[in-house]
Write a protein that binds this ligand. Structure first.
Ligand code: PEP
Ligand code: MN
Length: 272
């Protein structure tokens, strides 16, 4: 029998864990596409801290389309994670993992495990993390429909996991002007069946920093409960996704727009 836990749970553990920052009515995470070296990691987390943002992208592993592309600094980055974790203990570090071996490498310093789009169907990993009730962000595969995405969330829930965010990051379509087509209705659709929180990644579908702000604001208006936005101290020199990462100046401008939007329509209440 299908249990469809996502239909019946109230996701209070997810809300408590991911929406604890009372200064922000949404979930917000920023940071580079990948940690490249100590200096840019420190610059980036200091920038994150300036905005009192409590979740930081501390990615050591990158699953790339091409084997010849930058794959992340991997376990060579552990000392960097250790340092930023001890300098900013109140900021929760997010790292994408695609295997349990990667989990073992980063587990002492990472708070939130991102399951990337390419790993959405990794039922073994979802079960492994669910059994430990570790916080996860489950991205939508770019070829998955909502039913398939929710069913993968169900693997995590079924094994006992209760701290989860779903993240819409766009799907493949015939449109090739930008990287992916962001599915603006997925949060509204899921809301009909479940209280599971759904957030948006406007960076990867945009593929271009020019579009990130518009898409991020649109997603919040459309009812997504949070954002993950790639930021880099010097996007042009980035080793991965150089064109879509926001410079610190671009993010600062965006944050002001988000605050203006917030004061107009959300009245500073946590969105539930
Ligand atoms: C990412 O968030 O760094 C990423 C690679 O996203 P996705 O898995 O959605 O492609
Ligand atoms: Mn990226």
């Amino acid at each position: 029998m299908k249990s469809y836990l996502y239909e019946n749970l109230n996701f209070s553990e997810s809300y408590d864990y991911f929406f604890f920052n009372k200064e922000l009515p949404i979930f917000l995470a920023i940071g580079p596409c990948a940690i490249e070296n100590r200096e840019m990691a420190l610059d980036s987390i200091n920038f994150c801290n300036r905005f009192n943002i409590k979740f930081f992208r501390a990615f050591l592993f990158k699953s790339r389309t091409s084997v010849y592309s930058f794959q992340g600094i991997g376990k060579d980055g552990i000392d960097i994670l250790k340092e930023i974790k001890s300098d900013f203990p109140e900021i929760r570090l997010i790292c994408e993992i695609s295997t349990t071996e990667q989990y073992e490498i980063v587990k002492d310093y990472v708070d939130v495990f991102q399951i990337g789009a390419r790993s959405m169907y990794n039922t073994e990993l979802l079960t492994f993390l669910g059994e430990k009730n570790l916080p996860i962000i489950l991205k939508r595969h770019f070829g998955a429909n909502i039913y398939e995405w929710l069913n993968m969330a169900e693997y995590y829930l079924y094994s006992g996991g209760r701290r989860i965010l779903l993240c819409e990051r766009g799907i493949k379509s015939f449109e090739s002007s930008y990287r992916y087509s962001f599915d603006i209705l997925s949060s509204s659709f899921i809301k009909q069946y479940s209280k599971i929180p759904v957030i948006a990644d406007p960076s990867h579908p945009s593929g271009n920093s020019l579009f990130v702000s518009d898409l991020a604001l649109a997603a919040i208006v459309a009812g997504f409960k949070g954002l993950i936005i790639e930021t880099h101290p010097d996007p042009r020199s980035a080793l991965s996704d150089p064109s879509q990462q926001l410079s610190f100046t671009q993010f600062t401008e965006f944050f002001q727009k988000l605050k203006n939007l917030n004061s107009k329509i959300f009245d500073k209440k946590i969105i539930k």
